[in-house]
Design a protein around this ligand. Structure first.
Ligand SMILES: [Fe+2]
Ligand SMILES: [Fe+2]
Length: 138
Protein backbone atom coordinates (compact mmCIF):
# COMPACT_ATOMS: atom_id res chain seq x y z
CA UNK A 1 0.00 0.00 0.00
CA UNK A 2 1.15 3.54 -0.74
CA UNK A 3 2.34 5.76 2.04
CA UNK A 4 -0.54 7.56 3.77
CA UNK A 5 -0.63 11.26 4.60
CA UNK A 6 0.62 10.77 8.16
CA UNK A 7 3.61 8.68 7.03
CA UNK A 8 4.34 11.12 4.21
CA UNK A 9 4.26 14.14 6.54
CA UNK A 10 6.49 12.36 9.09
CA UNK A 11 8.99 11.39 6.39
CA UNK A 12 9.21 15.01 5.20
CA UNK A 13 9.61 16.21 8.79
CA UNK A 14 12.68 13.96 9.13
CA UNK A 15 14.07 15.38 5.84
CA UNK A 16 13.47 18.95 7.03
CA UNK A 17 15.14 18.32 10.39
CA UNK A 18 18.09 16.68 8.59
CA UNK A 19 18.52 19.69 6.28
CA UNK A 20 18.40 22.07 9.26
CA UNK A 21 21.15 20.02 10.97
CA UNK A 22 23.23 20.14 7.80
CA UNK A 23 22.83 23.91 7.57
CA UNK A 24 23.80 24.42 11.19
CA UNK A 25 27.04 22.49 10.73
CA UNK A 26 27.84 24.27 7.47
CA UNK A 27 25.61 26.75 5.69
CA UNK A 28 25.46 26.67 1.92
CA UNK A 29 23.04 28.04 -0.60
CA UNK A 30 22.14 24.76 -2.30
CA UNK A 31 21.15 23.13 1.03
CA UNK A 32 19.14 26.25 1.88
CA UNK A 33 17.37 26.00 -1.49
CA UNK A 34 16.48 22.35 -0.83
CA UNK A 35 15.15 23.23 2.62
CA UNK A 36 13.16 26.15 1.23
CA UNK A 37 11.57 24.08 -1.55
CA UNK A 38 10.76 21.20 0.80
CA UNK A 39 9.19 23.51 3.41
CA UNK A 40 7.18 25.58 0.91
CA UNK A 41 5.74 22.41 -0.67
CA UNK A 42 5.19 20.67 2.68
CA UNK A 43 3.36 23.56 4.36
CA UNK A 44 1.22 24.29 1.29
CA UNK A 45 0.30 20.62 0.95
CA UNK A 46 -0.79 20.50 4.61
CA UNK A 47 -2.81 23.68 4.11
CA UNK A 48 -4.69 22.12 1.17
CA UNK A 49 -5.29 18.64 2.58
CA UNK A 50 -5.19 17.96 6.33
CA UNK A 51 -5.83 21.48 7.65
CA UNK A 52 -9.10 22.22 5.78
CA UNK A 53 -10.43 18.79 6.79
CA UNK A 54 -9.86 19.60 10.49
CA UNK A 55 -10.80 23.28 10.52
CA UNK A 56 -14.46 22.93 11.54
CA UNK A 57 -13.72 20.69 14.54
CA UNK A 58 -10.35 22.14 15.58
CA UNK A 59 -10.37 25.76 14.47
CA UNK A 60 -7.98 27.03 17.17
CA UNK A 61 -5.42 24.29 16.56
CA UNK A 62 -5.49 24.89 12.81
CA UNK A 63 -5.27 28.68 13.14
CA UNK A 64 -2.25 28.32 15.41
CA UNK A 65 -0.60 25.93 12.95
CA UNK A 66 -1.21 28.32 10.04
CA UNK A 67 0.36 31.18 12.01
CA UNK A 68 3.39 28.97 12.62
CA UNK A 69 3.63 28.24 8.88
CA UNK A 70 3.55 32.01 8.18
CA UNK A 71 6.31 32.48 10.76
CA UNK A 72 8.40 29.73 9.14
CA UNK A 73 8.03 31.38 5.69
CA UNK A 74 9.05 34.74 7.17
CA UNK A 75 12.13 33.23 8.83
CA UNK A 76 13.09 31.50 5.56
CA UNK A 77 13.06 34.88 3.80
CA UNK A 78 15.15 36.46 6.57
CA UNK A 79 17.61 33.57 6.56
CA UNK A 80 18.04 33.80 2.80
CA UNK A 81 18.51 37.60 2.89
CA UNK A 82 21.07 37.30 5.72
CA UNK A 83 23.09 34.67 3.84
CA UNK A 84 22.80 32.20 6.73
CA UNK A 85 22.71 34.17 9.98
CA UNK A 86 23.06 31.62 12.78
CA UNK A 87 20.59 33.24 15.19
CA UNK A 88 17.89 33.23 12.48
CA UNK A 89 18.70 29.59 11.74
CA UNK A 90 18.35 28.77 15.45
CA UNK A 91 14.95 30.49 15.62
CA UNK A 92 13.79 28.67 12.48
CA UNK A 93 14.93 25.33 13.92
CA UNK A 94 13.16 25.94 17.25
CA UNK A 95 9.95 27.03 15.53
CA UNK A 96 9.96 23.95 13.30
CA UNK A 97 10.85 21.53 16.13
CA UNK A 98 7.92 22.76 18.18
CA UNK A 99 5.52 22.73 15.22
CA UNK A 100 6.54 19.18 14.25
CA UNK A 101 6.00 17.99 17.83
CA UNK A 102 2.48 19.47 17.85
CA UNK A 103 1.58 17.97 14.47
CA UNK A 104 2.89 14.48 15.16
CA UNK A 105 1.46 14.56 18.68
CA UNK A 106 -1.85 16.29 19.33
CA UNK A 107 -2.87 17.00 15.74
CA UNK A 108 -2.32 13.49 14.39
CA UNK A 109 -4.01 11.95 17.44
CA UNK A 110 -7.11 14.08 16.85
CA UNK A 111 -7.03 13.45 13.07
CA UNK A 112 -6.82 9.67 13.48
CA UNK A 113 -10.02 9.82 15.53
CA UNK A 114 -11.84 12.05 13.04
CA UNK A 115 -11.26 10.37 9.69
CA UNK A 116 -12.10 7.00 8.19
CA UNK A 117 -9.90 5.11 5.76
CA UNK A 118 -11.41 6.58 2.60
CA UNK A 119 -11.04 10.15 3.89
CA UNK A 120 -7.41 9.41 4.82
CA UNK A 121 -6.79 8.10 1.29
CA UNK A 122 -8.41 11.17 -0.24
CA UNK A 123 -6.27 13.51 1.90
CA UNK A 124 -3.15 11.47 1.11
CA UNK A 125 -3.72 11.91 -2.63
CA UNK A 126 -4.33 15.62 -2.23
CA UNK A 127 -1.21 16.06 -0.10
CA UNK A 128 0.91 14.26 -2.69
CA UNK A 129 -0.54 16.22 -5.60
CA UNK A 130 0.07 19.63 -3.99
CA UNK A 131 3.50 18.65 -2.64
CA UNK A 132 4.54 17.58 -6.14
CA UNK A 133 3.03 20.64 -7.88
CA UNK A 134 4.74 23.17 -5.61
CA UNK A 135 8.07 21.34 -5.80
CA UNK A 136 7.93 21.58 -9.61
CA UNK A 137 6.98 25.28 -9.51
CA UNK A 138 9.84 26.50 -7.32
FE1 LIG B 1 4.33 19.37 8.90
FE1 LIG C 1 2.70 22.13 9.46
Amino acid sequence: MAENIFEHIEREHRQIVGLLEQLSSSYDRSTFDRLNTTLQAHTQAEEESLYPAMRSQESEMIERAEKEHAHVRELLKELKASGGDSSILTRLTQTIDEHVREEEGEMFAVARGLFDQSKIEQMSEKFEEVDHRITQQI
